[in-house]
Design a binder for this molecule. Structure first.
Ligand code: FAD
Length: 430
């Protein structure tokens, strides 16, 4: 079959890889000149989410104060945005959290298998590191995290719950003062460079004949003809420009266009179910080698991830929930400063002296997050249209497993995940 994949982020490239592996002729359309320029560019490195990492559950935004939650809420009177947060907050209930996480776990397992397969076939080096340490400041916070910690065992994720002394012994960059409550070590979980992997995979695909239409923006989908088609325009901020418009046809289309996805597939009552969340990163040079962490350190409550990537430290988090009408505009300078301060403070608290924050490069980007915490993966009401998007904080590895699910569906093969999970991930739930 001829398949068009829209989007050159990790979701699009991983989908193209699986479709090509399944024997389809694939064309990837990306509006930028190169791949990995959207949320994929800014990712914090955590490869696969554990129950402690997802952006829903008992500890996520448990406090309304940004200094405690690590997130900033500026929704104003936007009722859809407030509604979205209410729905997300309902997953703080431990039972609701456990039930919802059960829908994600099969996708995490699938993603682990898919990544292992790609790594063994292609032998790529994309700066993989092993070992993630979640740290908790207050005993109460550790108690709140207990349902997620219990789930680690249920999901078969190796872990060790550590006292503060054990945390410091295992990761000496974490200071023993001021006191903190303890940590959870995930010795097998990994971090890696997602943009690098995306570019490597693109190169492999290009060498094998997959077509890439870069600098082309999809302005609309046409699904009413005998074949599906997309309308392409040269990328001038994605606007149609008379003579530049071109039509390409295919047997199927996969939309993996990050925040561009809802606009292309339509039919989602956007704001209260789906949110384009602005998230920040600081990439700083290592300041003192002996203070730089060898494990990835995560402030578990604030969801601030501190990852070493060669001679740099990447610190990511500080989501800003603001009115949907503002999400595609640059963040106001004061808010931006406050978000970056949250990351700087996290670095100072947990790995002091490790990163030269004053010389850090700041970045922020939008990532699509759903009110039920699950991505949108699978078929749509139209038999030629498929989606791989909205992975929220966890698209790095998860998009790779989702890519296999989507490629199976395009090929008419039943994916190796339970039907109930497939239904929970589907766009029809909106
Ligand atoms: C600061 C930050 C930190 C993060 N940290 C982590 C982490 O540690 N671990 C993790 O797993 N995840 C993390 N994430 C999330 C992860 O980066 C995303 O889930 C993932 O990259 C999403 O990939 P994507 O391909 O769906 O979207 P994107 O990377 O945004 O790609 C979508 C692509 O589609 C293109 N596109 C859109 N519309 C059109 C159109 N009409 N025509 C043509 N092209 C189009 C865009 O140009 C873009 O290149 C983080 C995200 C951010 C922003």
């Amino acid at each position: 079959m001829d398949v068009i994949v829209i989007g050159g982020g990790i979701a699009g490239i991983a989908t193209a890889y699986q479709l090509h592996a399944a024997g389809h002729r694939v064309c990837v359309v990306e509006r930028h000149a190169t791949v990995a320029q959207g949320a994929t560019y800014g990712q914090g490195g955590a490869l696969l989410p554990s129950p402690l990492d997802v952006w829903f559950g008992p500890t996520f935004m448990a406090s309304s104060r940004s200094k405690q939650s690590g997130m900033m809420v500026k929704t104003g009177f936007d009722s859809a945005a407030r509604d979205f947060l209410k729905r997300l907050a309902s997953l703080r209930d431990p039972e609701a959290f456990v039930a919802q996480y059960a829908h994600l776990q099969p996708l995490v397992d699938m993603s682990r298998r898919v990544l292992a397969d790609i790594e063994s076939r292609l032998e790529l080096d994309f700066e993989q590191r092993r070992g993630v340490l979640h740290v908790f400041r207050q005993p109460r916070e550790l108690e709140d995290a207990q349902p997620a910690i219990d789930l680690l065992k249920g999901c078969g994720v190796p872990y060790r719950q550590l006292t503060p002394e054990e945390c410091v012994a295992i990761e000496p960059s974490v200071p023993d003062f001021p006191e903190f409550a303890g940590g959870v070590l995930l010795p097998e979980e990994r971090t890696a460079n997602c943009p690098l992997f995306t570019k490597q995979l693109k190169q492999v695909l290009e060498d094998e004949g997959v077509q890439f239409r870069m600098h082309r923006s999809v302005t609309s989908l046409r699904l009413d003809g005998a074949r599906a088609a997309v309308e392409l325009a040269e990328s001038h901020e994605g606007k149609k420009r008379g003579a530049d418009v071109e039509l390409i046809t295919a047997d199927a289309i996969v939309v993996a266009a990050g925040t561009g996805t809802p606009g292309l597939i339509g039919g989602i009552e956007s704001a209260s179910s789906l949110f384009a969340l602005r998230v920040h990163t600081l990439t700083a040079p290592v300041a003192y080698e002996e203070r730089a962490p060898h494990l990835t350190v995560v402030d578990s409550i604030k969801r601030i991830t501190m990852t070493r990537i060669n001679q740099r430290l990447r610190v990511s988090g500080a989501g800003v929930f603001q009115s949907a009408s503002k999400s595609d505009k640059p963040l106001d300078a004061t808010l931006s400063r406050r978000a970056l301060d949250l990351l700087g403070q996290g670095t100072h608290d947990w790995i002091p002296g490790a990163a030269r924050v004053s010389a850090a490069r700041a970045w922020d980007g939008l990532r699509l997050i759903t009110a039920d915490g699950l991505p949108i993966v699978g078929a749509t009401r139209h038999p030629r249209l498929f989606v791989n998007a909205a992975h929220g904080p966890a698209g790095w590895g998860l998009a790779c497993g989702s890519a296999k699910v989507v490629a199976d569906l395009v090929s008419g093969v039943t994916p190796d995940i339970p039907a109930s999970v497939l239904a929970a991930l589907g766009v029809a739930r909106f």
